[in-house]
Design a protein around this ligand. Structure first.
Ligand code: GLU
Length: 549
């Protein structure tokens, strides 16, 4: 009877499961190589959680010499948004998450888009019907809604199971009658589960988890013959030979259904690794990152914000393995690819996504680049996002590279740059076009201490471009004592009455007149980059500003 039922339900399905299996020959991979996949749904939004999942997929596969592939899970056509597939591809490309086969690329194990695999799923659904493991269910939406309401009211498990599964044992005649009436139907799994039994999920990240066995006759094919996620992923992960399903932990509760499907189909189950969602701390409370509240949840945010791709990747690595950050800080010359990730070091609970932390990673990342690299990366960012600064950057190339180079190759390199956007405000005073444009803006932080600003003009005349650092400092010291300032702070502290100030005050004056700031990187190097003429011009500019106050 089941055989006949299968033929009636799937008259057009002529391929056999064996024929489909033959289209997916065993992958030729070395022992221990992982096959992972990223299975996004094209719903128009790609968030850092997805990106993190894809990152884990890619590192786990690649570090074991395996395969990472991309599969578009578009069985829910109602939620599909046009352009979403491009967003997925572009996001992976932008963050250098390379996959070996899949949608948008070649591959022997496709098609890698579920909507093109309807026939394949139907072959296996037909097989399940044939074996008495699945059946057509003709219940109407109204009937289902009524059952659900009653279950909710009585606080029962929601779903079609036990006595609710009224179409489970329809006779062939009854099915035929429904079909003659053109009643629509879904294909449901005939669950052999026992509510009193439990199954174990050996989760690669979370360890063993006990779950109740599935008893629900889950829908495997919807009315239009398109599978549900549950069925599609089981068929695909089997045929495409996924060894590790890495997915969000919201799927843990569905695991018993998936286990049952693998068992009924007679297939070996891949290993499962469920990762925690990204969370955020707000007002002392922890909550999931949200599309509505957190712009940083969207992968689109990072590019515009000028956060380097590599820094985001470093952060993803930090989120992936709890021991990554320490390793990275200790290994200045190493790259992400040199690190060995493990499931054991993946966080088990919610993972805090902290922009402050990302910011610190960015600073460390920039501190390890050369000044030329920073210049070039900022240049290409500004070409897209700030064209006028892009042009200014080109005109001031040497000056900016010189500026970026100050205190760079030292034990504790500067960490003033966290994003491509930061170069403009950080280097503002090095750019004549900005600095001389508006003195009120350039000197807006005027210290409220008293300084003998009139000494500056004389200093600028005495300044020598050719001085080494030591000579330069000796000259300032001499200049200080010639004008009633202590040449050493110590001398001043011993007898403050005897001096107008000390050498540090002279430096502060120069620094302020030249940069409009009280804190900058090394003053000697700033002056060397600007040169004597520019120093004189700036001192004059400052004097005029003071006169007009
Ligand atoms: N299409 C599923 C989703 O977007 C993927 C889950 C999985 O990776 O198995 O949630």
């Amino acid at each position: 009877m089941n055989e006949e039922l299968a033929e009636i339900l799937f008259p057009n399905i002529t391929k056999t499961p064996e024929e489909i299996e033959a289209m997916y020959p065993k992958r030729n991979l070395k022992e221990g190589a992982m096959v992972t996949r990223f299975g996004p749904s094209p719903t128009g939004f790609m968030h850092v959680g997805n990106l993190c999942g894809a990152f884990i997929d890619s590192v786990m596969a690649h570090q074991t010499g395996g395969i990472f592939y991309l599969r578009i899970e578009d069985t829910d056509s109602k939620r599909e948004i046009s352009g979403a597939k491009d967003l997925i591809l572009n996001s992976l490309k932008h963050f250098h998450i390379d996959y070996d086969e899949g949608y948008g690329k070649d591959g022997e194990y496709g098609p890698y888009i579920q909507s093109m695999r309807a026939e394949i799923y139907q072959v296996f659904a037909k097989q399940l019907v044939k074996e008495g493991k699945a059946y057509p269910c003709f219940m109407s939406e109204e009937e289902l809604a009524e059952i659900r309401e009653g279950q909710e009211l009585r606080k029962e498990m929601i779903g079609i199971y036990g006595t609710y599964a009224v179409d489970r044992d329809l006779s062939l005649e009854e099915v035929k009658k429904h079909l003659e009436n053109k009643d629509s139907y879904v294909i449901r799994l005939k669950s052999p589960g026992d509510i009193n039994k439990q199954v174990i999920l050996h989760d690669c990240i979370k360890g063993d988890i006990l779950l109740p066995e599935n008893v629900i006759d889950e829908v495997i094919l919807k009315k239009d013959g398109i599978p549900t996620y549950h069925f599609a992923h089981v068929v695909d992960d089997h045929l495409m030979q996924t060894t590790h399903v890495i997915r969000g932990d919201e799927w843990i509760s569905s695991f018993p259904k998936h286990l049952q499907l693998f068992q009924l189909l007679g297939w070996k189950m891949p290993k499962y690794a469920h990762h925690a969602p990204l969370t955020k701390k707000e007002d002392g409370k922890i909550r999931k990152l949200s599309k509505r509240k957190d712009p940083e949840f969207s992968v689109r945010y990072y590019k515009e914000a000028g956060i380097p791709v590599e820094a985001v990747r470093l952060y993803l690595a930090t989120l992936t393995n709890t021991n990554f950050e320490e390793w990275y800080l200790q290994n200045k010359d190493k790259k992400i690819e040199d690190f060995t990730f493990s499931y054991k070091k993946m966080p088990v609970g919610g993972t805090l996504f902290d922009m402050e932390k990302l910011n610190n990673i960015c600073r460390t990342y920039f501190s390890r680049l050369t000044s030329l690299e920073i210049y070039e990366d900022c240049l290409s960012y500004n070409k897209e996002f700030d064209h006028s600064f892009y042009e200014i950057m080109q005109k001031n190339k040497d000056r900016l590279i010189g500026f970026l180079n100050i205190e760079r190759n030292t034990k504790r390199p500067r960490k003033d740059i966290a994003t491509y956007k930061d170069l403009k405000p950080e280097s503002y005073y090095m750019i004549d076009e900005y600095f001389f444009e508006n003195s009120a803006k350039s000197y807006k932080e005027l210290p409220d201490r008293h300084f003998d600003w009139n000494l500056l003009l004389e200093y600028s005349k005495e300044y020598q471009e050719s001085d080494s650092y030591e000579e330069w400092y000796e000259r300032i010291k001499k200049f200080a004592s010639n004008h009633g300032y202590a040449s050493e702070v110590k001398l001043y502290k011993e007898n403050p009455e005897a001096f107008s100030g000390h050498v540090g005050d002279i430096c502060e004056m120069i620094r302020f007149a030249v940069t409009g700031r009280t804190k900058t990187p090394d003053l000697y190097q700033i002056l060397s980059i600007l040169g004597k003429n520019n120093l004189e011009k700036r001192v004059e500019f400052f004097s005029n500003y003071l006169k007009n106050l």
